[in-house]
Design a protein around this ligand. Structure first.
Ligand code: ARG
Length: 560
């Protein structure tokens, strides 16, 4: 509210040349309390107004007037505004208590649908760190979208097709062991696949064998299809364990192979629109004007590829869900692929092609190197999650040996730690995987926030707080930084979704937790004169921590 008021006034003072939106974007929330609660830097205006930023600041501030602006100062080229704390505090809590669940929610997504293509592991291969990133980032974005009013459709687009399955079939029939496949399917399939890979270097006839099996699969040969279906079923079962640990579900689990018999329509459409061209016997769509390499649609041997399936899937999803946005949460390395998909659709004159967005992310590193899932070096994700859980159990035992439900809490803390560690970084950066960093109670971690949440729970209990009867006029000055922080929640949610950046919310929750702990370290709550007002504030903190964590896909235990 205060930002809008300030922006409106400044835009008015500046006159027609300056839009309110632009002004509002310039407004900052200073980290240092002596710089005020809001600040407007006048530097960007100096050139056009041909005056010094300081002079501009003086001129604007002499016109600023509103009961909510308690004091206006100019320092250098900045205008610093100090707000009426009592007014804002009461306004914040009143807004929250009007409808706690709706606090931070928006309506700009109402009536719109977002489809998220996320997780998408490949069958017969380990669930990689990249797939974990896609899963947790996609899930957080879906939750953010919902908070902004959108309908969401979470699709797990399983990698279950491609020529490598011909090799896998050949390899399994040569060396596979049924019992091992039942026990540890992915391990066994990886074993025979790697063996095939090595053996084919010595004996190139194996490559031909693999090709034959892929052909059989494409032609619906019974043996090939039965085996492939079995590989898929056992792989999905293993992935399901990970989703269960993460507490993540999908609206649709659909493999690439689903589109196998639907691609002819796509290819015909591209041909009719005059976009298909021959190139070395293959069919491609040229993207010269976009300065991109041609998009391969059908290989010279007649087989279709990844891109053709993605084009077909996009058309199908548009028809099924009539989405307003389609987010593909997939690593950086596929940037070119998604550019090609979008531009092929654009050339085919689908006006919605721009609704496709590649939400890319960096790699998960260990000791500065990409975490490999290949040969021997396998870092199995499930193992990493289990490790996080047992570490969390150990930490909890040290801190709170009598805790009830310790195992369940350890799960919430361990898994939460892994998810938060991923989400607190700007998704575009690489992330170093470090259990130690994820799990400390004192750092920028989920356990720190969860622990803070548990403190608020016990405090509210101790004070017998009843959230049906809040007292909203908080007087204590020490509470101001905390109130100012929780007040940012609606804005944080909006930005986090609009920039597809869950780290904004993750960092906000760290701020809330930090300000609460600082406040609580110096302020007596239970038994104080202002007890009920302070508890009313603490309940708002408690609610926001839980709500925010749940948007990130993290649980908040009541005790820990
Ligand atoms: N399964 C693919 C991989 O692991 C990712 C699929 C991403 N989604 C898509 N629509 N192409 O590389």
């Amino acid at each position: 509210m205060e930002k809008q008021i300030l922006a409106l006034q400044i835009a008015h003072i500046l006159g027609e040349d300056y839009q309110r939106d632009w002004v509002q974007q310039q407004i900052e929330t200073p980290k240092q309390p002596n710089h005020g609660d809001l600040a407007f830097p006048c530097f960007p205006l100096a050139k056009t107004l041909k005056k010094s930023p300081h002079l501009i600041a003086e001129e604007i501030s002499s016109h600023l007037k509103h009961p909510i602006f308690k004091e206006v100062q100019t320092v250098g080229g900045y205008i610093n505004i100090f707000l009426d704390q009592k007014f804002v505090a009461e306004h914040t809590l009143k807004q929250f208590y009007q409808d706690p669940e709706a606090y931070g929610a928006h309506e700009f997504g109402k009536g719109k649908t977002v489809v998220l293509d996320m997780s998408a592991p490949n069958i017969a291969k380990p669930f990689s760190m990249g797939h974990l990133r896609s899963t947790v980032i996609g899930n957080a974005l879906a939750n953010l979208a919902q908070k902004c009013g959108y309908e969401t459709v979470k699709i797990n687009y399983i990698g279950d097709y491609g020529t490598q399955f011909g090799k896998l079939l050949a390899a399994y029939l040569k060396w596979g062991e049924e019992e091992s496949l039942k026990q540890k399917p992915i391990k066994e399939l990886t074993r025979v696949y790697v063996k095939f890979h090595h053996a084919s270097k010595e004996d190139p006839s194996l490559i031909e064998e693999g090709r034959e099996w892929f052909k059989k699969l494409e032609n619906n040969d019974e043996e090939a299809v039965t085996l492939w279906k079995w590989f898929k079923a056992v792989s999905l079962e293993e992935f399901e364990k990970i989703y269960k640990l993460l507490g993540i579900t999908f609206d649709l689990v659909r493999g690439e192979a689903y589109y196998n018999d639907k691609m002819d329509g796509t290819i015909d459409m591209l041909r009719e629109k005059g976009l298909l061209e021959k190139s070395d016997g293959a069919q491609v769509v040229r993207l010269d004007e976009e300065a991109l390499p041609p998009c391969l649609i059908r290989k010279s041997n007649g087989t279709t590829i990844y891109a053709t399936r993605d084009l077909t899937a996009a058309l199908d999803r548009k028809q099924t869900y009539d989405f307003d946005e389609a987010l593909y949460v997939v690593g950086h390395e596929q940037t070119l692929h998604f550019q090609q998909i979008k531009h092929v659709l654009k050339k085919a004159e689908f006006s919605w092609a721009d609704q496709l967005k590649h939400i890319s992310f960096g790699m998960m590193l260990q000791d500065g190197k990409k975490m490999s899932t290949r040969q021997g070096k396998t870092v199995l994700l499930e193992q990493a999650l289990q490790e996080a859980i047992s570490q969390a159990a150990k930490n909890i035992k040290e801190k709170n040996p009598d805790l009830k439900n310790a195992q369940k809490v350890a799960e919430q803390v361990g898994v939460g730690a892994v998810i938060f560690h991923d989400l607190k970084h700007d998704r575009r950066n690489d992330v170093e995987f470090s259990l130690e960093d994820m799990l400390t109670f004192e750092g920028h971690t989920a356990p720190y926030i969860q622990y803070t949440y548990a403190r608020t729970v016990s405090l509210l209990e101790k004070g017998n707080f009843d959230h049906k009867h809040p007292v909203t006029d908080v007087q204590a000055e020490a509470a101001w930084p905390l109130i100012k922080t929780i007040r940012l929640f609606p804005e944080v949610i909006e930005k986090a979704y609009q920039e597809y950046d869950p780290s904004k919310l993750a960092r906000h929750l760290l701020d809330v937790a930090r300000h609460f702990n600082k406040f609580y370290a110096h302020t007596k709550v239970v038994g104080s004169e202002e007890e009920q007002a302070l508890l009313s504030l603490i309940y708002a903190v408690n609610y926001q921590l839980k709500d925010g964590l749940s948007i990130l896909g993290i649980q908040a235990p009541e005790n820990m």
